[in-house]
Design a protein around this ligand. Structure first.
Ligand code: ADP
Ligand code: MG
Length: 490
């Protein structure tokens, strides 16, 4: 935890040792009064007596409880109810996050890092906890902390514009500067790992900062499909519609996920129409252009076609080097000689995710080598397993899972199951990391392949392994060895 993040938390009003501001305290007390009426006294006392509001982050109230068990129970059972009560008191949509009251660091870490999702008994609860950027009520907080559900690295100033992505970049920036004025809808398409999510979230960050009165929601289309299914099952369509339609800016990532289901398309079309007719901004991304979304609703395609369509292509060598330089600038760490950057950029020519992965490994390897210097030889050595000379077929997630199981001598049921002991969680996180790096799959798809886990679990896993790579040689060895066999098997 860096001191910068600590500072952010303090600015956000979530200093763990501090009592919550009176307004937050009052909000929480009033919400509990509503809930008390709906629960029997014993239940209420058991779970809520011990809760303490800490502050507000984004549009969520952060509440501490004394143990992890209580936290998980409240999160799984009562998030929906609480969110409804809070929204009623607050007059605007509000969510709730639970943290364990212990060392202050733990509290802060809990909020800043995505939490590994617990299997939820009632799927509709996840609905309530879904990532949402909400209204401006708490914008002062949001400006400092950034909308929690957007990746804080995905901003315009960290995006390198080059020939391959200039149009998409310019359109995204224009939309961010003047939402619903130009290019509506904006449709960005291109292959995996080329920066679509980065640009989409950059729009979200920009609007939250410079147009704080506007409501922005970023959503992965697969998540939207899941929410829709849950809403039908739990008869919560009204809430579902509200969450989507009450936005000034809707950012939908990977819309190709919508083509699988006719009902979702129908619903999405109506939502889209309501927003578009109401002069609200919509931005969509996809791995292919609208006309290739074969089974997609004709009316949808035609609406997409009425807006602006921008493609993103794989970056040229020069842009790849510039991206690596920008990453080093913002992340610091060991100095990397220019010729090493060029070598990485030459080898990792497919997409930017691959490029970043290669840089992470080279840096990690050097950190763990005596002398801690990055040389061309060292880089060549590291990259050998990652980018073999011969042509290879796309890597399947099954190959990754099989090889991880074999490597760690773990049964597949455990790898994709819900057990949380360290000897199982670690290989699972490695497998998720490799799936993210070596395949084109989206976060929700990867989660689905691991027994239906939430996409935040995948984000958490990749962040964790990325961090460990630079700290433990053993972790790097696992990842390197696995990459080599996985490549060979493909
Ligand atoms: P996509 O959504 O198209 O699959 P992402 O937006 O997830 O791709 O990008 C993959 C990674 O590459 C992210 O870490 C992103 O920050 C980075 N990236 C992609 N394009 C650029 C760029 N032009 N400049 C800087 N970073 C980039
Ligand atoms: Mg993406």
């Amino acid at each position: 935890m860096s001191s910068g993040e600590d500072l952010e938390m303090e600015q956000a009003g979530v200093a763990p040792a501090m009592a919550a501001p009176p307004a937050v305290m009052e909000l929480w007390t009033k919400a509990l009064d509503i809930i008390r009426d709906e629960l029997n006294e014993l239940v209420f006392k058991t779970w809520f007596k011990d809760t303490q509001p800490l502050g507000v982050v984004g549009s969520d109230i952060v509440v501490s409880v004394s143990n992890t068990w209580g936290r998980d129970w409240l999160r799984n059972r009562y998030s929906g109810l609480l969110s409804a009560a809070l929204s009623q008191v607050h007059g605007d949509t509000m969510g709730v996050r639970f943290v364990v009251r212990s060392a202050s660091e733990e509290v802060v870490a809990e909020i800043m890092e995505p939490v590994e999702a617990q299997p939820t008994p009632d799927a509709s609860v996840q609905d309530e906890a879904a990532p949402v950027v909400r209204s401006a009520a708490t914008h002062a907080v949001r400006q400092q902390a950034g909308p929690a559900e957007l990746n804080s690295r995905y901003t315009f100033d960290r995006f390198v514009a080059g020939d391959s992505n200039r149009l998409a970049y310019a359109c995204a920036l224009a939309v961010a500067e003047t939402p619903a004025f130009k290019y509506n809808p904006l449709f960005i398409y291109g292959g995996s790992g080329l920066g679509k999510t980065h640009l989409l979230q950059a729009i979200g960050h920009y609007i939250s900062t410079y147009h704080p009165h506007l409501r922005v929601r970023y959503i992965d289309a697969q998540h939207m499909v899941d929410e829709f299914t849950d809403a039908i099952r739990s008869k919560g369509m009204e809430g579902f519609r509200r969450r989507y339609r009450e936005n000034d800016v809707l950012l939908v990532d990977d819309v190709q996920a919508l083509i699988s289901k006719k009902e979702t398309q129908e619903e999405f079309f109506r939502t889209f129409k309501v927003l578009h007719d109401g002069q609200k901004q919509i931005v969509l991304t996809s791995d292919r252009p609208p006309f290739e979304l074969e089974t997609l609703h004709e009316r949808l395609v035609s609406r997409f076609n009425h807006g602006m369509i921008a493609d993103i292509n794989p970056p040229e060598l020069e842009t790849r080097v510039a991206i690596l330089k920008k990453k080093l600038e913002s992340e610091g760490g060991l100095p990397v000689p220019g010729e090493v950057l060029t070598l990485i950029a030459e080898r990792a020519s497919g997409n930017v995710r691959e490029l970043e992965g290669a840089l992470i490994r080279v840096k990690a390897y050097a950190l763990l080598t005596p002398g801690k210097t990055i040389t061309v030889e060292l880089a060549r050595d590291v990259l050998k397993g990652m980018f073999p000379e011969r042509l290879i077929r796309p890597i399947s997630i099954q190959t990754i899972q099989n090889e991880v199981c074999r490597h760690f001598d773990l049964p597949m049921v455990d790898l994709i199951g819900n057990k949380r002991s360290q000897n199982i969680v670690f290989p699972r996180q490695i497998a998720m990391y490799l799936a993210r790096e070596l395949t084109d799959m989206s976060l929700p798809r990867i989660g689905a392949e691991f027994g239906g886990k939430d996409h935040t679990t995948v984000i958490h896993a990749t962040a964790k392994i990325t961090k460990l790579l630079g700290e433990k040689k053993e972790v790097l060895n696992h990842v390197q060895a696995l990459t080599t066999v996985i490549r060979q098997k493909s």
